[in-house]
Design a protein around this ligand. Sequence first.
Ligand SMILES: *Cc1c(COP(=O)(O)O)cnc(C)c1O
Length: 460
Amino acid sequence: MLLGTPCLLIKRVIQQQTEFSMQKTKPTLILSQAAFARAQQLMPGGVNSPARAFGAVGGTPIFVDRAEGAYLFDIDGNRYLDYIGSWGPMILGHRHPAVLAALKHALEHGTSYGAPTEAESELAERIIDAVASVEKVRLVNSGTEATMSAIRLARGYTGRDVLIKFAGNYHGHVDSLLVSAGSAAATLGVPSSPGVTQGTTQDTIVLEYNDVAALEKTFAARGAEIAGVIFEPVVGNMGVVRPSEAFCETLQRLTRKHGALLICDEVMTGFRVAFAGAQSLLGLEPDITTLGKIVGGGLPVGAYGGRADVMDHILPAGEVFQAGTLSGNPLATAAGCATLKLLKDDPPYGKLETLSAQLEDGLREAAESAEISHSLARVGSMITLFFHDTAVDNWSAASQCNTDLYARYFWGMMDRGIYLPCSQYEALFVSAAHTAEDIEQTVAAAQETLNDIAPGSAGG
Ligand SMILES: *Cc1c(COP(=O)(O)O)cnc(C)c1O
């Protein structure tokens, strides 16, 4: 529309200016501002997924031009160290040569057939080999599709209706999972979005994460009605929150005892915190596992898998309906296969652990020396710096965080070329493309930023 040639001219000028001043001066966001204004005329809120709109931190989201390794480049020519990695998938960094080569190869053959391909079996096999509890798998197009299908399967398999989920756990925008609760008590689901009916959520029970007593009480009262429990084995979607050992043990024991299915939502943690998933770290044996993000290597893929006798209830082996025109798409499976192959043949998890521990330690020291109330949570390459003075182990605690301070931290880091989650309630991700120098630079930026925003400082 209005963004033809004039913008390209400005862009060139800005690129010339930024080439030698990169990282030294605050990024200017002139072109991103114009692009956002245009996008807001065309799409609700200017984005195709709300987390991108910077609603929780204010200001203009950067519009991305391209990415390489650990870096994002916006349309104004600014470069950022990327700790989002497309919200999880880019564990190998952007434009990994092996993933690009696999995509180019797939592209030469065709982009979609609606008929079986061998690449689908390869991706299925790679998932089954990696995740111990998965014996059969169905490929879909997103994490949301995976969780939606998994809960349908749990209900179809058990012939029961009721589902348990936990406050602050996100499982995609599935109607019956868009429910939250404010208290630690067992609460009948109240829809958290207009358009989700009371009828849809009345069979969803929301409990507080890590609340063993609430689980015991709910199963004691309604065990025979419960089809399944869906949970994030390590929560990323209220910031990083770990499950207690007792919580994991109780989930496993009560679902088994009452014939309910345990659905481990590893859309974020799968192939992220460990090659075999968070379940391998926690000693869990879920009946169904949902995957997404990394399994698509940056293309749209989701998957759900589990015990063969459960999975065989899905059409056409069984009667639980689930289908998809583009499921197992050749480009998406190629990127997924290439990514999982690299993660298996040349595992980056040792390196990710070292870099992430370095970042965690650096952030802790920076927050301590700036005298900012905080707690840090890390599992593998997922990290959250909470602006909250005690450890966060459920949504009640997470919701007490100082989100205004987080917003100032976010923009301080952006000014220094570090792209962090635009919300307190998202994990940051370290990728295999990050280096020790990148982490050092990030810690230095965090020290400056936290000093600036500390209560009582000149800037605070
Ligand atoms: C991202 C995410 C989803 C949803 O996946 P989409 O691909 O965005 O639909 C589901 N569960 C968890 C744990 C996630 O992190």
